[in-house]
Design a protein around this ligand. Structure first.
Ligand code: DGL
Length: 264
């Protein structure tokens, strides 16, 4: 297999998965695509999202010549993995909330799921909870406001503590809760901020390492001569975000044209 490993998210959340991939596969060529023109995904209608996700991913897979597509977005993965697998010929690895490890880690059996509105209510998420956390109480928290805060942090802009506190507040209503699933790839980028705002210590669990291990299994060996660090977006990134992307080793994104996405 040749071509880079292509990481896809609505915005910069996929960079939390990039960190795990670089640890697992230090030499692997990576490419990044974000659908920033449609950010946030977590509050959009399912039917629209499936069509959009397939169009953007198809266009980016063609532009990058990728060998694997990593859907580094829980909101997209809990909805559109089947449609994506039918639409592209390369392997597709998804990112879904780390309910299973969180249920295993929790001592109290009370865990939180911090994710987008879409992810906390999806049938896919219901099934994960039924299958792996039947013995736990799961407090589902829709924290869409944290997505923009993660984008701000990456852009070097100040984070709004009031928004962070409002996002986390429902967790504190469950005194026994000891473990929180970061079920949106944007949220591990905010981990230090979340920790600092939490009134008591919690275990934060995300899917990054598990995704990286899965990608290593399906990606095959190192591909010599493949350019690493190219990126695509659906509209230009503001300068702060370009700089943030550069700290993860990605060049300024090429904008996928609307006609390419529409014809995808
Ligand atoms: N990073 C995405 C996720 O993992 C969601 C952000 C959004 O709402 O677009 O769910």
């Amino acid at each position: 297999m040749s071509g880079p490993i292509l990481i896809f998210d609505s915005g910069v959340g996929g960079l939390s998965v990039v960190t795990a991939l670089r640890e697992q596969m230090p030499g692997a060529p990576l490419a990044y695509v974000c659908d920033n023109a449609a950010l946030p995904y977590g509050t959009k209608a399912d039917a629209w999202l499936v069509r959009r996700i397939v169009q953007v991913c198809r266009a980016a897979v063609a532009a990058s010549g990728a060998r694997v597509l990593v859907v580094a977005c829980n909101t997209a993965s809990t909805l559109a993995l089947d449609a994506l697998r039918a639409a592209v010929t390369i392997p597709v690895v998804g990112t879904v909330p780390a309910i299973k490890p969180a249920a295993a880690l929790s001592r109290s059996g009370v865990i939180g799921l911090l994710a987008t509105s879409a992810t906390v209510t999806r049938p896919y998420t219901d099934k994960l909870i039924d299958d792996f956390a039947g013995h736990c109480t799961v407090v589902r928290v829709a924290a869409d406001g944290l997505v923009a805060q993660a984008e701000r942090l990456l852009a070097g802009e100040p984070v709004d503590d009031a928004v962070i506190d409002a996002g986390l507040a429902p967790l504190w209503r469950a005194p026994a809760l000891d473990t929180v699933v970061l079920g949106c790839t944007h949220f591990p980028l905010l981990r230090d901020v979340l920790d600092a705002r939490a009134p008591r210590p919690l275990q934060w669990v995300d899917s990054g390492r598990a995704i990286a291990r899965r990608v290593a299994q399906v990606a095959g060996g190192e591909a010599g001569g493949v350019v690493s660090g190219l990126s695509w977006a659906t509209k230009p990134l503001r300068p702060g975000l370009q700089a943030g992307l550069a700290t993860f080793g990605f060049a300024d994104p090429t904008v996928l044209s609307a006609s390419v996405i529409e014809s995808g």
